[in-house]
Structures are given as C-alpha cells and as structure tokens.
Design a protein around this ligand. Structure first.
Ligand SMILES: Nc1ncnc2c1ncn2[C@@H]1O[C@H](COP(=O)(O)OP(=O)(O)OP(=O)(O)O)[C@@H](O)[C@H]1O
Ligand SMILES: [Mg+2]
Length: 291
C-alpha cells in the first residue's frame, strides 16, 4: 500500500456517517492469517453482549468468512423494506458475505467491489442502535482495511497475534497502517500463547511466550491479554459455540472478559464492572451441546 494513498487520511465526518445508531466501531485485525482474529472477534462480541451491551459483529473477511460458523448461525438474514435484517445469536447481531453468496461461489474481489460490498454492509443492514459494532477483518493491510477506515469512524483497532517473532513482525506493519489512517490502536491480544496439557497439567509454550506483550511495549500500545491454546477453543469455533458462552468459568473466558473490560475502559460505553460468573450463567438460557 503506497504511503500517499493513506497518509493522514481523514476519518469520515459525522455528516456521512452510514451507521449513526452505532456508538463505537472496533476493528479486529491481524498482520498474519490464522492467528485467531475471528475467534477473538466472536468471543469478544459475546462477552460484550453478556455484559449488557448492544453488540453487532460484521464479518468483513470477504475472502474467507468464518463468523456464521463460529457464531453457530448459518441461516441467512431476512429482508425488510429493501434492507437486510441482521441475523442474531448469543445476543449479537451478525452479517457476513457468507449469508449472501453461495458457499461454492469463488469470490474474486477487485478494490471497487470490496468498497461497494462493505458500504452495503453498513448502509443496507438494519443495525439499529448499537453500543459496539465489531469488525472481523481479513489478515494484513489490504483493500478491506483501507476502505473501512475511510467509510466509518472507527473507535479503534485491536490486533491479534501469536507470540512468535515472525507473527510479530507483521503486527508492526499492520499497526503502522492503522496509525497512518488515524485509527486509534486499542492494543494487542496474544492468542495461542501457551498450552496446558489436559492430562498432566504441564505447560508448553508452543509459539514461544510473551511476544505480544513485548510488541505492545515497543509500539507503546496497551497489552490487552493472552488466550491459551486449547482444543476446546477450536472445537467451539467449529461447532458454533464461542467459549465465553459455552464455558464461562474457563480461564480463556475470564481472559476475554478482561480484554472486553479493557476495551470498554478505553472507548467508553456499556459494560458492567465485575460481572459474576453466576449472573453470566443465568443469562445463558440453555446448555450448549455439540451438534
Ligand atoms: N486459542 C486457541 N486455541 C485453539 N485453537 C484456536 C485458538 N484460537 C483460534 N483457534 C483455531 O485456529 C483456527 C484459526 O483461527 P481463526 O479462524 O479465528 O483465525 P483468523 O486469524 O481469523 O484466520 P484468518 O486469517 O484465516 O481469518 C480456527 O480453527 C480456530 O478455531
Ligand atoms: Mg478470520
């Protein structure tokens, strides 16, 4: 991405705000693919909803949309007066290209098409009043990121990374892009930070340890927290049961709630402090079983 296209790009003004009912738009980004952005975005959205906020989750990964599967909601949205009513699950409003284009259709996006689809996701979806709209981005610094930053005012971006050096190299690039388009950096989440053996309890640092925190220090942005590697997290993604809902008393659920609180503290908005596990469990009406 050439500097002259992004440097000092103005944040969109209130007059052309496509989503006036949305208080805070937060992008979930990563430099590298497969580090857990969608997993973090889905669980963060559910955590914020459990804390009492009105939440939407926009799957802006036009190339590999995963949010419908991860949020356990693969049936498409309905229409009302020529607009799209977002799908809703776990108290989170959802939209994804996966709802609108048959799965087997290969999507070859050119820049202007990316822009048009993103615009439709804001303009033609009945988001209503929301405290937070989370945007699950594709990896890297491409058309989607640039279009997004020019289309809606962003409260900020969080970046998900794994702890090893090669992933962190890309974090720096990704964060530099957001800085150039004047999007506040809310911080770094270190995912897959360590593995605790379910049989013997031994801890293994598969991708090294602490790199996310060191990168946050170097970049001068907050370190939001770390999430361990756990087969249950992968399973929850595959079966549409985000871990913060499926297993609210797990360490990873506590970690994601803590990350949610840190984001609320930075951007402001709804989210009750010190929510107890009991009160969360009461909100989760039925036990989730794997399909
Ligand atoms: N902490 C974790 N422990 C175990 N599995 C995880 C964890 N985080 C993510 N995964 C799994 O790793 C895979 C990749 O995660 P995810 O799809 O969230 O990454 P992504 O960064 O959104 O990928 P992409 O760049 O392709 O959009 C998924 O199968 C997910 O379930
Ligand atoms: Mg993803």
């Amino acid at each position: 991405m050439a500097d002259e296209h992004v440097h000092g790009a103005p944040q969109p003004q209130a007059k052309d705000n496509l989503i006036p009912g949305v208080k805070h738009v937060i992008a979930v980004s990563s430099g590298k693919g497969g580090v857990g952005k969608s997993t973090v975005a889905a669980n963060l959205a559910c955590a914020l909803a459990l804390m009492g906020a009105k939440v939407g989750l926009l799957d802006a990964d036009l190339y590999g949309p995963n949010i419908p599967m991860m949020m356990g909601s693969t049936t498409g949205p309905e229409q009302k007066d020529g607009k799209i009513v977002p799908v809703e699950n776990y108290g989170v409003k959802l939209i994804s290209i996966a709802y609108l284009v048959p799965e087997e259709t290969p999507l070859v996006w050119r820049g202007p098409m990316v822009h048009q689809y993103l615009q439709a996701f804001f303009r033609d979806v009945l988001w209503g009043e929301l405290d937070y709209l989370l945007i699950d981005l594709p990896p890297g610094t491409g058309d989607v990121q640039l279009s997004l930053s020019q289309m809606v005012p962003l409260a900020g971006a969080i970046t998900v990374t794994t702890p090893q050096e090669v992933a962190l190299h890309d974090v720096r690039k990704g964060m530099a892009m957001f800085q150039k388009v004047n999007v506040p950096l809310l911080g770094i989440v270190e995912n897959m930070s360590h593995f605790v053996c379910g049989h013997c309890g031994e801890r293994t640092e598969i991708f090294s340890y602490g790199g996310g925190e060191r990168a946050a220090e170097k970049l001068g942005v907050p370190f939001l927290g770390r999430i361990p590697i756990d087969p249950a997290i992968r399973d929850g993604g595959d079966t549409g049961h985000p871990f913060v809902v499926a297993d609210p008393s797990s360490p990873q659920a506590a970690a994601i709630r803590d990350i949610a609180q840190k984001i609320i503290a930075q951007v402001g908005g709804t989210g009750k402090e010190g929510v107890s596990i009991d009160s969360l469990l009461k909100k989760i009406k039925q036990p989730f079983t794997n399909n």
